[in-house]
Design a protein around this ligand. Structure first.
Ligand code: SAH
Ligand code: SF4
Ligand code: F3S
Length: 480
């Protein structure tokens, strides 16, 4: 019989629809995960979910996980242990909680997560979170795992956040332009968890950029696992590089600053280096992971460049933009790394003078070639090398920051400072800067003379008048 199903709504249904459900998204790992966490909140907003900052408060808890090192992945299971207790307690009291594992552990481990953590309702990979509403509906009946790499582009299925939401997230925003990796460094899980490299089209990136900028965003950090391998369809139908894309993005009204990460040395092309010379909006900061200073180790890592090639890229970039601040990632204790290899890394660090850096002990990851190598380095050797490297990198960073004292920088005001009457933002070189002056607005760019350095910030005083946005964002100095 053709017809319709009569549903007997409970009398209080209307009322319960008005009660907003709460979602807590906890993100681990890289900027891409931070960006995805916001997109998950955007997908859930039309379903009636508002964001909360604590699991205790939430009806739906999403752990947006990272698989890059063992520690990061194991953290998820301890968190799931705590959430299981919470869920049991709630059920005993007649309530409930829905638990979702998203991100790269979800992609890598899939059903294994349900086996180890039965309290989990849904496991969803990084390419499927646009389907969260329908997956959650299915998961009401039985646990669901979705780690397929879909044909459709998730970016085409993501709702736009409201203007208020954009503003609440701040004047500096991440914007994914590229995702995935085809490079297969022998230590790394990313090609398996994020899939093949794809670039979004310039038209779609511009659409998102214009929407964010018109709501008050003033700075974009363009993100991708290999962001400088960007090769998206341009406005003229031809393939555009990252350099070309940035020239176009710099024209978006309201946008004052552009940054990008993470880059691979092999993809530092002339157009991108020239953009550092020609494009004032492109900030003088380059995060270019080298991982090791030893050619033997670089080859074993499948990085496909030597340490001298890296040095030459840095020279060319410094020739284009002499004041550029450099940053890198390092791995110590990769299989087969000798004392001499490690000394090569230390030499590179001393030669280049990094403004900041991340360094890690090599962590064997399941399914990667390096994990199978028989020349694993003992834990105590890794620890000693990491300590020595971090000391050198700290010195290098402190030297860079100390050199700022007495200089005047443009600071993009991002928030109120820790102390009353203080405002905080970032220098062009990505240093955190605090200054005494609460008359300026968030989103303004102000000249600040640096007077001293602290542990994590520079301190200074405002000089001259602030440069407000072309169309001043309606985001006051009181916004958090
Ligand atoms: N796409 C970027 C890096 C992504 S992962 C690039 O090509 O450089 C971020 C950093 O984590 C890497 O640069 C590396 O330093 C570190 N990393 C990745 N896998 C690791 C592993 N198995 N053990 C330790 N550190 C690792
Ligand atoms: Fe991982 Fe290498 Fe790809 Fe970076 S380039 S994401 S380190 S495989
Ligand atoms: Fe981690 Fe996945 Fe990013 S493994 S570093 S969250 S791409």
């Amino acid at each position: 019989m053709a017809g319709y199903q009569v549903i007997n709504y409970p009398r209080n249904a209307q009322q319960s629809w008005n009660v907003k459900k709460k979602v807590y998204v906890k993100s681990y790992g890289c900027q891409m995960n931070a960006y995805d966490a916001e997109r998950m909140a955007d997908v859930l907003a039309p379903e009636g979910f508002i964001e909360t900052q604590s699991a205790e408060d939430a009806d739906l808890i999403v752990l947006n996980t990272c698989h890059i090192r063992e520690k990061a992945a194991e953290k998820v299971y301890s968190e799931l242990g705590r959430l299981r207790v919470m869920k049991d307690e709630r059920r005993a009291a007649g309530g409930d909680a829905t638990i979702v594992v998203a991100g790269c552990v979800a992609q890598a481990e899939g059903t294994e997560i349900l086996r180890r953590a039965p309290a989990v309702d849904l496991v969803v990979g990084p390419q499927n979170y646009h389907n969260l509403p329908s997956l959650l509906a299915k998961a009401k009946h039985a646990p669901v795992v979705d780690t397929e790499f879909p044909i459709e582009d998730k970016f085409d299925h993501l709702p736009a956040p409201s203007r208020e939401k954009i503003l609440s997230r701040g004047v500096s925003a991440f914007l994914t332009i590229q995702e995935g990796c085809d490079k297969f460094c022998t230590f790394c899980v990313v090609p398996y968890t994020r899939g093949a490299e794809i670039s979004r089209s310039v038209a779609k990136i511009l659409g998102e950029a214009e929407r964010l900028a018109s709501a008050g965003v003033r700075e974009f950090t363009l993100i991708g696992q290999n962001v400088n391998a960007y090769h998206g369809e341009g406005l003229d139908g031809k393939t555009w590089s990252l350099g070309r894309l940035m020239h176009r993005l710099a024209e978006v009204p309201g946008i004052a600053r552009l940054r990008y990460m993470t880059s691979h040395p092999r993809d530092m092309d002339d157009e991108l280096i020239a953009a550092h010379r020609d494009l004032p909006a492109l900030m003088p900061y380059l995060h270019l992971p080298v991982q090791s200073g030893s050619d033997t180790i670089l080859a074993a890592m499948n990085r496909k460049h030597t340490s001298d090639e890296y040095r030459r890229i840095i020279e060319r970039t410094r020739a284009a933009r002499p004041d550029i601040a450099l940053s890198s990632d390092f791995i110590v204790g990769f299989p087969g790394e000798t004392d001499a290899d490690f000394e090569d890394t230390m030499r590179l660090v001393h030669e280049i003078g990094f403004a900041s850096a991340y360094s890690f002990k090599y962590s064997p990851r399941p399914g990667t070639p390096a994990a199978e190598m028989t020349t694993q380095v003992p834990e105590d050797v890794k620890s000693a090398r990491l300590a020595a490297l971090q000391e050198a990198l700290d010195d290098s960073r402190n030297n860079f920051n100390r050199a700022a004292v007495g200089q005047t920088f443009d600071v993009l005001v991002e928030r109120k400072g820790r102390v009353d009457g203080q405002m905080a933002g970032r220098s062009p070189y990505l240093q955190a800067v605090q200054f005494d002056d609460d008359t300026v607005a968030i989103g303004d760019i102000v000249s600040v003379e640096i007077t001293r350095t602290g542990t994590n910030s520079l301190f200074g005083k405002r000089v001259g008048e602030p440069m407000t946005a072309e169309k001043p964002p309606s985001i006051g100095a009181n916004a958090a």
